[in-house]
Design a protein around this ligand. Structure first.
Ligand code: MSP
Length: 541
């Protein structure tokens, strides 16, 4: 497809390096990775970026508490993010840190331009400031409890702050935004988030946004007025274009992945930052005469039984002990399948073990094991040539296989990632049922049924290839183990071949290790509980 090669840009939020990442951060990054890998497999040109939001008062305070400079502090924490992404097999094309020169100098240019065109003006700000969320809240937004003012997001106490500050003129672009929402109905997914934005922020009338601070210094200095640093959201959001080289010497990636109207641009974020991505970000881009992203996808949270997973709460679970014990593919599979993309989910050891046992060991692993064993036993390991519609349920399985491929593509393109992968497991279950229906062990006893037996084996091998290929974005190692056992050469492991029912004709299967050994549920649940009681962080590599 060289000419029409589709382009796809996907980003995670840039995380605060206030502490090392937990499984919740791994959730969002893994979902984006699975989407990015899936698109690459299908021949798209993909740019997948993640990174760190390293400025702000909180980082400054954390560094001070540790007696190190903010830069030394973020450099250390950054290593814990990159080593986790390595361990999780994250295939990001870039890792942007907002303290990098390429980002800092571009933010300054952006600020200057906005100032020049009067999108930004100097005034003073008084409001309720939440240090943790790095957000100013208005009188109507803060929560009041027992006379104390609390942040509506994190419920920590907020402080009244007043200082000289630059403001971004949201009022100037509110018509643009309303229009943009009307003409781009699928910009915010899920739809409920869009309504929330309209009712909470747009309808009551947008207020100008504070974009500089003078009460701390850890930020991008405003060139025109250096006692100000750029306040965190103008700094943070622009990472999505500074990582592509916007206003830098080499802006080829920016031309390819942002300027080209045919590139699909998707930002994946948590609900807590929806306002910034769906209200301010489109306006900032409009100020710069740049296009808006196609989609902001708001995912749910991975929670613990006692609420949102967070370092400060002490209930966060680290991904490392899970990866070490069960392998990265199992952890990736759990994250994708257990928490429907767009909804919240709760991590429990019981569900973790159940997912692996039910889907990976019993369903997928078993299908592979049975198929390879039977081809070995009945056909000396050679996969019989595929023939359509021999047994009564062949057609149904053929149709479901073809349908699964198209459904998977449609669902994943619509970011219904969990549903897309559930389709594949459904096909695998159907294939296991197909074995029972056709009872190959009985066919093998009847010489007149050889054609039927051949057909059963060929169908099963094909389903395994399809499942292995569609699951490859999640099972980055085990999909190859499936292909190895099916006897497929490296040059045949291509997505384009997924509909080729004859690909496996005459291949020689190799029985290998069990794909996912069945876990002793009771023992493993206990082991995970121990991990949860003592979340162990891997030291920075
Ligand atoms: N730095 C800002 C984002 C700037 S983007 C231009 C920020 N950082 S954060 O470290 O707080 O991370 C926010 C994101 O991390 C959330 O939006 C969400 O995607 C992800 N998650 C953090 N905890 C999570 C869970 N417990 N579960 C799922 N995702 C989690 O806000």
């Amino acid at each position: 497809m060289p000419d029409s090669k589709k382009k796809f840009y996907i980003s995670t939020p840039i995380y605060y390096p206030s502490a090392s990442p937990h499984l919740g951060h791994a959730y969002c990054t893994t979902m984006c990775d699975v989407i990015a890998r899936g698109k690459r497999l299908r021949g798209y040109d993909v740019f997948f970026v993640t990174g760190l939001d390293e400025h702000g008062q909180k980082i400054e305070k954390n560094a001070e508490a540790k007696g190190v400079t903010p830069q030394a502090f973020v450099d250390e924490v950054a290593k814990t993010f990159t080593s986790l992404w390595n361990a999780m097999e994250i295939s990001n094309d870039d890792f942007i840190r907002t303290t990098e020169e390429r980002h800092v100098s571009t933010v300054q240019k952006i600020f200057s331009r906005m100032l020049k065109q009067d999108d930004i003006y100097l005034s003073s700000y008084t409001g309720w400031y939440c240090v943790h969320e790095e957000t100013f809240w208005t009188e109507t937004q803060v929560e009041v409890e027992g006379g104390e003012h609390l942040c509506p997001e994190c419920h920590r106490p907020v402080e009244k702050a007043s200082e000289d500050a630059y403001f971004y003129r949201c009022t100037k672009y509110s018509d643009f935004l309303t229009d943009f929402f009307d003409t781009h109905p699928s910009f915010i997914t899920p739809e409920s988030r869009k309504n929330e934005m309209i009712n909470t922020f747009i309808k009551p009338g947008l207020q100008d946004l504070c974009v500089s601070r003078t009460s701390f210094t850890w930020g991008v200095p405003v060139l025109e007025d250096p006692k100000h640093v750029v306040y965190v959201w103008l700094d943070a959001l622009t990472n999505y274009i500074t990582s592509l080289g916007y206003l830098q010497e080499d802006d080829s990636k920016f031309q390819e992945f942002w300027q080209d109207e045919n590139t699909e641009i998707v930002h994946v974020i948590g609900a807590d930052i929806t306002r910034f991505h769906t209200i301010y970000w489109p306006m900032f881009l409009h100020s710069l005469d740049l296009r808006e992203p196609n989609r902001v996808f708001v995912h749910g949270l991975l929670m613990m039984k006692d609420g949102k997973m967070s370092k400060s709460k002490g209930n966060a679970i680290s991904a490392y002990p899970l990866i070490e014990r069960y392998g990265v593919d199992a952890v990736r599979y759990y994250l994708v399948s257990e928490v429907p993309f767009g909804e919240n989910g709760i991590f429990t050891p019981e569900q973790f073990v159940m997912r692996i046992n039910q889907d990976l060991a019993n369903n997928l692993g078993n299908l592979l094991n049975r198929t390879v064993s039977m081809i070995g036993k009945y056909f000396q390991g050679v996969v019989p040539a595929f023939e359509k519609n021999v047994n009564p349920t062949d057609k149904e399985l053929e149709d479901l296989t073809a349908l699964t491929i198209t459904r998977y593509e449609t669902l994943v393109d619509d970011l219904k990632v969990t549903e897309a992968y559930a389709e594949i497991m459904n096909l695998v279950s159907r294939a296991n049922k197909y074995i029972e229906e056709n009872a190959p062990w009985a066919l093998a006893k009847d010489e007149t049924k050889e054609k039927e037996l051949r057909s059963v084996m060929a169908h099963l091998a094909h389903v395994l290839f399809v499942a292995g290929m569609l699951l490859k974005p999640i099972l980055v190692h085990k999909s190859d183990a499936i292909f190895d056992q099916l006897g497929l050469g490296n040059d045949e492991r291509h997505y384009d071949l997924v509909s080729d029912v004859h690909l496996l004709d005459d291949k020689v299967v190799h029985k290998g290790e069990q794909l996912f050994p069945r876990l002793d549920a009771e023992k493993e649940i206990e082991a995970i509980k121990v991990m949860m009681a003592a979340p162990k962080e891997k030291a920075a590599a």
